[in-house]
Design a protein around this ligand. Structure first.
Ligand SMILES: C[S@@+](CC[C@H](N)C(=O)[O-])C[C@H]1O[C@@H](n2cnc3c(N)ncnc32)[C@H](O)[C@@H]1O
Length: 720
């Protein structure tokens, strides 16, 4: 034993069990860890890899309420809707989709049902913020002559609105605001907005519950109060001429003075699609028969009622059928080399699949040409031809862009869109005949056809830049018909910088592989990864065991600890409490214990209780912090609070006894000091500030079996 003490300098060896991992936790002691310990020794229960974004393989096992087992499962799927064209507004799929989100609201994210890591983290927020700030500088620096010849004058007294569609949890908007504010040195110099910020962010969603969640969220509420954040209830597919914001302000052609920047991550995959099969003999339109094994449930009165959307989706099966359609002049395609003329529009609209919309109607023609190999050389990327292809047209997403473009056009401002999603980037990705893939993750989603988005952008006179990655999450930048790359080169350069190199998908992959494949990352490794993540709180959470394990090691230098503190500060700024099981305040508090900064730990444990609820281990750890601060009264209070929540928690009981012992010891010390006081009136020293006798003396603890009472008159101590 004496050898161990000699080997290891620090003697605070204490159990701090991760509160969410009650089983399988173990306590490092100096001997067990093999590392030299400087700070407090903390547990590091092995983490199970958490599910990350994986729209195609993830299976969901949700239960939003206790009676979800009342769903009646049928062996054979029941038909919910007979064959209906996928893009039809009457297709039950789109109702199911919206109703799922309306029904579950924020629980889609607080319960970790809908994936959101790659689309809502501090890294992607940094990428988007750079593009946005560049755009603001280009926009506010001069009047721009647009592609259509009109001149746009920036209004230096008005902000640019960043409108996020389908904001979901609101996390990306929060991180984006954080990141934009960090770039305030680079804001347009001449802008005179009263808040000093040339941006407002609008979080929007079709689900009202999400709005209610944002208004009360601890990190978003202050931004609403400052007027930097607005909210709106928006169905992306049916935006009218104006958008009403939570402040009462209306964005319309008469009020909008500067561009809108639309942000939509994992939304286009959610909105409606049309399915086409393109064959050498023509275009076939896909219809779907929707079935489910879960269509009914028993309610609490034992009556049979309709199952909930998420239950129906979980048991959902689809069958497809394709019907050849006449899209008009396919044989004559060659003669329409110039596709930007009225005659072409008239022709495609004659038998258009999409009403009177020449741009949408041109898409099947263009795909038919690609399959038959007669595609004219124009400004659309043309990689190869295929014998046949299955094409999804992201009708809902395109309508969203068209509706926003209309509002902006009417106001003579431009629209810039940052869209992130999973999908296909080239025509070849869609070669072959098959049924469209539907991924289920609580709700469901389709693959977004980025290739069609680029055709849309080109046909409507704008531009689209796309990230280089073929796999995973993809981002694109779309400029409306008023913009071109050379009108806003710095904006495009900023996008290009990450989209064509190390972008959100690369980052997401790297941090996941690093966590899963690195056998024993060190502290510097973990800090570097969190920094690469732009101090993302979730990435920190993934590396928490390394940090907690290594923070106290002797070989960890002061400068590394300094870097760690800085990183933790950034992590806390970026922390957006969402899932109680990812309690970042709690974990950072444990790191601060390792840094022996107990006051900060106590504060962060309080934050943990605020954000993620009270827990016996949180109180226990606070008790330990107070213990090391030699504030035994507060330590006792915290151990007792811990035991109130869980009276079988032995660690807290053990520590409670230790703390009480300390109180008694200090009481005995007081007696000695009293003896030495030579009859001085003790009243002055028995106050709560501690006085000469230490703070333990005067604290009556009614529920303590060793209450210290100070006899003020005679300066005697009685141990009761
Ligand atoms: C897959 S989630 C993405 C959420 C968030 N953008 C993210 O990346 O985590 C899809 C979001 O779109 C919303 N949504 C679904 N249909 C919508 C519609 N028609 N209009 C606007 N939002 C819609 C849902 O409520 C949900 O918040």
């Amino acid at each position: 034993m004496s050898q161990v003490v000699r080997m290891y300098i620090y003697i605070h060896i204490k159990p701090i069990t991760h509160k969410k991992k009650q089983t399988n936790t173990y306590i490092h002691t100096a001997v067990a860890s093999g590392d030299k310990i400087m700070g407090n020794v903390l547990d590091c229960a092995a983490d199970k890899p958490e599910n990350e974004d994986n729209f195609s393989t993830r299976t969901t096992n949700i239960s939003f309420d206790n009676d979800s087992d009342a769903v009646l499962q049928s062996e054979d799927p029941v038909v919910i809707q007979e064959l209906t064209r996928l893009s039809s507004p009457k297709n039950v799929l789109w109702d199911l989709q919206k109703n799922f989100y309306k029904d579950v609201g924020e629980e889609a994210w607080t319960q970790g049902i809908v994936p959101n890591f790659v689309s809502s983290n501090a890294f992607i927020a940094k990428c988007y913020a750079k593009v946005i700030v560049e755009f603001a500088n280009e926009w506010f620096s001069k009047s721009i002559t647009m592609e259509d010849g009109s001149v746009c004058e920036p209004d230096l007294n008005e902000p640019i609105y960043i409108l996020e569609i389908g904001s979901g949890s609101g996390k990306l908007a929060y991180l984006l605001m954080n990141q934009i504010m960090k770039l305030c040195r680079f804001f347009p110099r001449d802008h005179k907005d009263e808040q000093g910020v040339p941006f407002r962010i609008i979080v929007s969603d079709v689900a009202r519950r999400n709005l209610e969640y944002w208004f009360t969220h601890s990190k978003l509420k202050p931004l609403f109060d400052q007027g930097l954040l607005e909210a709106a209830l928006i169905d992306g597919e049916v935006i009218g001429d104006e958008i009403t914001l939570s402040s009462g302000k209306v964005l319309s052609k008469s009020t909008l003075k500067n561009p809108i920047i639309c942000v939509a991550n994992y939304v286009f995959n959610t909105l409606s699609h049309d399915a086409l099969q393109i064959q050498p003999d023509g275009v076939y339109v896909g219809s779907v028969r929707t079935k489910s094994t879960a269509t009914t449930r028993l309610n609490i009165n034992n009556e049979t009622v309709d199952a909930k959307p998420f239950e129906i989706i979980q048991g959902m099966k689809t069958e497809w059928s394709y019907k050849k359609v006449d899209i008009g002049f396919v044989e004559e395609s060659n003669s329409f080399l110039n596709r930007n003329n009225e005659e072409y529009d008239r022709k495609v609209n004659e038998k258009g699949l999409y009403g009177n919309d020449p741009i949408l109607n041109s898409l099947p023609h263009q795909y038919f040409d690609l399959v038959t190999g007669i595609y004219p050389k124009d400004n659309i990327r043309h990689l190869n031809t295929a014998e046949d292809a299955t094409i999804l047209i992201p009708i809902g997403g395109l309508k969203l862009l068209q509706n926003l473009t209309k509002i902006c056009d009417d106001a003579n401002v431009s629209l810039l869109s940052l869209i992130g999603d999973k999908g296909y980037s080239s025509f070849n990705d869609m070669a072959g005949l098959r049924n469209p893939h539907i991924a289920k993750h609580g709700s469901f989603s389709f693959m977004v056809n980025f290739h069609a988005l680029s055709m849309y952008a080109a046909k409507s006179g704008g531009f689209m830049l796309q990230g280089a990655n073929a796999d995973g999450f993809k981002c694109c930048l779309i400029g409306s018909n008023k913009l071109s790359v050379n009108k806003i080169p710095m904006t495009c350069l900023a996008f290009n910088e990450w989209a064509n190199g190390f972008g959100p998908e690369s980052f997401s992959t790297l941090q996941r592989c690093d966590r899963d494949e690195s056998i024993s990352p060190g502290l510097k490794h973990a800090i570097a990864m969190v920094r690469l993540a732009n101090n993302d709180a979730e990435v920190f959470h993934k590396f928490k065991s390394t940090v907690i394990d290594k923070v106290g090691a002797l070989k960890t230098s002061e400068s590394v600890r300094k870097d760690l503190r800085k990183t933790l500060k950034g992590v806390l700024e970026n922390y957006f409490p969402l899932q109680p099981k990812r309690d970042v305040s709690f974990e950072v508090a444990r790191v601060y214990m390792g840094l022996k900064d107990y006051r900060t730990s106590i504060r962060l444990f309080d934050a943990s209780t605020n954000y993620c609820g009270a827990h016996h281990v949180t109180y226990h750890n606070q008790g330990i912090c107070y213990f090391y601060l030699e504030d035994y009264d507060n330590a006792i209070t915290k151990f007792e609070e811990s035991l109130t929540l869980k009276d079988t928690y032995h660690e807290a009981r053990k520590w409670l006894e230790k703390a009480k012992l300390k109180v008694n010891e200090s009481a005995e010390n007081v007696v000695i000091e009293e003896d030495e006081m030579d009859g001085t009136d003790a009243n002055s020293s028995s106050n709560n500030d501690g006085g000469n006798y230490g703070i333990a003396v005067n604290n009556n603890r009614s529920n303590n079996n060793k209450v210290l009472n100070f006899n003020k008159k005679k300066s005697n101590i009685m141990v009761v």
